[in-house]
Ligand binder design. Structure first.
Ligand SMILES: NC(=O)c1ccc[n+]([C@@H]2O[C@H](COP(=O)([O-])OP(=O)(O)OC[C@H]3O[C@@H](n4cnc5c(N)ncnc54)[C@H](O)[C@@H]3O)[C@@H](O)[C@H]2O)c1
Length: 282
């Protein structure tokens, strides 16, 4: 049975076929061509089969978001499949899953390479989305250092003294700084490479969303997360489907005037921190 005989469909490339990524893709994928990328072949097989059995036109490719060449090959594959209208990057590791070096290299440098590579293949009118984190709002980086970081080529990011001296101190700092960098990476691309291709790029900063990654965080610091959730306006965790709703808006036709911005979807956690209603570590 062939479910879809259409050709030259809009391509959606997803790097990081985990919970949030697959929820986002499912929300926008009808009638489009999906390219799923992940480091885990097992995840690709499972998710690819799931999409395929539900009637979606899907291909998979193993990609290592820590390696520039692998990311570039992934972008090339997406472009070979048709006009790349959507790129979504959700490949990441959280503080309790990895060392500072790993987080900097994956969540910051890998994202930078992905933004660079897709900045060469996006189709006109296309849209990109990087999944950052509410953690991006938890460690304000001085303006002059942000300006330095935003103007540093991806391959030189780890040599910036601030990254070496501050981000590498521990996994928490590495994560907060890497996720803030995602906002700056999207801004830079929106104003340069992606602008030149007439494509948009934004970030979403999710709060606590119940996924396998979040379970690793709960196991390490359950009480801290519970206090943060209790102090928030929503008084609950979020779901991947709620992030997919926000993503569908930013990637869709009603957001064509929005580029280079971040949408915080956190149930009010950052509002409670910024107003002193809740103090981190309480
Ligand atoms: N879950 C939360 O509470 C939360 C909150 C804020 C931000 N985030 C961010 O959202 C993104 C998605 O997380 P999720 O919660 O859906 O987690 P997830 O674990 O379901 O998905 C992450 C995916 O990234 C893949 N991945 C890891 N390393 C990779 C590599 N080197 N190359 C390619 N793929 C790789 C994993 O195999 C996994 O499929 C992450 O960047 C995370 O930091 C998550």
């Amino acid at each position: 049975m062939i479910f879809d005989r259409n050709e030259k469909k809009a391509v959606i490339a997803l790097m990081g076929a985990g919970s949030m990524g697959t929820a986002i893709v499912r929300r926008i994928a009808s009638g489009k061509k999906i390219l799923l990328g992940d480091i885990s072949e097992k995840a690709l097989e499972r998710v690819g089969e799931d999409f395929s059995r539900c009637g979606y036109d899907v291909e998979t490719m193993q990609v290592n978001a820590l390696q520039k060449e692998s990311i570039e090959a992934f972008a090339q594959k997406a472009s070979d499949l048709g006009p790349v209208m959507y790129f979504i990057d959700t490949a990441g590791a959280s503080p309790n899953q990895a060392s500072p070096e790993h987080i900097v290299n994956l969540d910051m440098v890998g994202t930078g390479y992905a933004v660079d590579a897709f900045g060469k293949v996006m189709a006109q009118g296309g849209a990109g989305l990087i999944i950052s984190s509410q953690a991006a709002y938890m460690y304000p980086i001085p303006n002059d250092i942000e300006l330095q970081l935003v103007n540093t080529p991806t391959k030189e990011l780890t040599q910036v003294p601030f990254i070496q001296e501050v981000a590498m101190q521990n996994s928490g700092l590495a994560y907060m700084i890497a996720k803030r960098m995602n906002h700056l990476q999207a801004q830079r691309a929106a104003a340069t490479t992606w602008r030149d291709r007439r494509a948009r790029i934004n970030t979403i900063s999710p709060g606590v969303i119940v996924t396998p990654l979040a379970y690793d965080e709960f196991r390490a610091n359950g009480e801290g997360y519970q206090a943060m959730i209790d102090a928030s306006a929503a008084r609950r965790t979020g779901t991947s489907d709620e992030i997919a709703e926000a993503a569908a808006f930013l990637l869709g036709e009603h957001a064509t005037f929005i580029t280079g911005t971040d949408l915080l979807v956190d149930g009010g956690v950052i509002a409670s921190i910024r107003t002193g209603e809740y103090k981190l570590g309480q």
